[in-house]
Design a protein around this ligand. Structure first.
Ligand SMILES: [Fe+2]
Length: 359
């Protein structure tokens, strides 16, 4: 298949892929179908139960190295800050691709496998009160008449960015009990599950990533140095209702616990601001550098039966424009959920009744 060949050309993808064979997929399906039974689950209310069921079905089939790969990913360590699972059993009776929100219980099988993968990486799902209507799962699918560009867009490319890049704190490295008041941090990881992934001409639409470590390795020492200074702000993207923080912050940090490079950025020139002339020049230089690093870009086709998890601090991601064609019921459709290493890292909206949502 054309898409598989494209993916095989990138060695990092092969290294970071957990492949489920057909026989195993059939067993996973049987177990998970049996556990779900004729019940109906939605992640916003039942994420932990869904993760329990998905883990009971998927977990026994992962070997030690695969579990370790997931755990390293969850800890923010390792050379490649992403993981792919492919060959998973696919969602049966898939409804038409929804516009914005749909009936989440119709895709509970796929959501359970995604939440299980997150659990196996020792991460927990989180949503934000100011994004995606406070819901855990977002339908990444094209929305007609959408003016602003976001994961619901298709007409315009989504430039290199991390999600919710403007937040100052980072979720992975704050410890379980923050000592001072803070806003909820940027999401630590993003998990995508493929339900449909083709454009109007039947071609898969890639999700493209670029590692922060590759950016730093190819940047001048001077650029690396200025990006680490608190001279910048990243404004909220189109899907985000939180006001800008307007607090000067660095775009680049080295994690004090893992030593890995962490990057906050949005290449949309309206969203990343330099507060001084030097900082503005650095943003422009970083954008030029990203253009020059095209050959280090890793394209991943998130096809049905696949889960793609990325470290939101250690990779930038983007999507090119695409045409959904005429049959919108069959348009590209991914499920997306953020994962963090502890729910204690963010400020709870309502820990009792909405345990997954941060302010
Ligand atoms: Fe994004």
């Amino acid at each position: 298949m054309k898409n598989s060949l494209t993916q095989k050309m990138v060695p990092a993808i092969a290294d970071q892929t957990i492949r489920i064979n057909r026989e195993t997929a059939a067993k996973i399906r049987q177990t998970l179908d049996g556990l779900i039974g004729n019940r109906s689950f939605q992640a916003d209310a039942c994420a932990d139960i869904m993760a329990d069921m998905g883990t009971a079905a998927l977990g026994p089939f992962l070997n030690r190295a695969e579990r370790q790969m997931l755990e390293d990913f969850g800890r923010g360590i390792g050379e490649h800050p992403f993981v792919i699972l492919e060959g998973l059993p696919q969602q049966a009776d898939l409804p038409p691709t929804p516009s914005m929100y749909g009936d989440d219980s119709a895709v509970q099988f796929t959501d359970s496998l995604l939440l299980a993968t997150m659990r196996l990486a020792r991460l927990q799902p989180v949503a934000y009160s100011y994004e995606n209507d406070g819901r855990l799962f977002r339908n990444v699918s094209p929305v007609r008449q959408l003016r602003a560009n976001s994961s619901w867009g298709y007409r315009d490319p989504l430039e290199w960015h991390i999600d919710n890049a403007y937040a100052f704190e980072n979720a992975g490295f704050m410890g379980d009990t923050p000592t001072e008041p803070h806003e909820s941090p940027a999401p630590q990881t993003l998990f995508f599950a493929g339900l449909r992934n083709q454009d109007g001409r039947g071609r898969a639409v890639p999700t493209e990533i670029l590692k922060a470590s590759d950016v730093v390795r190819n940047a001048s020492q001077k650029l690396v140095q200025i990006l680490q200074q608190p001279l910048f702000s990243v404004k909220p993207g189109a899907s985000n209702l939180r006001p800008p923080m307007n607090r000067p912050m660095p775009l680049l940090e080295r994690s004090s616990t893992t030593g890995e490079w962490l990057l906050r950025f949005n290449a949309n020139p309206l969203l990343t601001v330099g507060f001084t002339k030097r900082a503005q020049l650095a943003v422009a230089e970083l954008c030029r550098l990203l253009d020059d690093l095209e050959e280090l870009m890793i394209p991943v086709m998130v096809c049905p039966g696949m889960i793609f998890a990325i470290d939101n601090y250690r990779v930038l991601h983007r999507r090119k424009q695409f045409s959904p064609g005429t049959d919108w019921s069959n348009a590209r459709w991914l499920r997306r959920c953020f994962g963090c290493s502890s729910r204690g890292h963010g400020q709870q909206l309502d820990a009792v009744n909405r345990p997954f949502v941060w302010k």
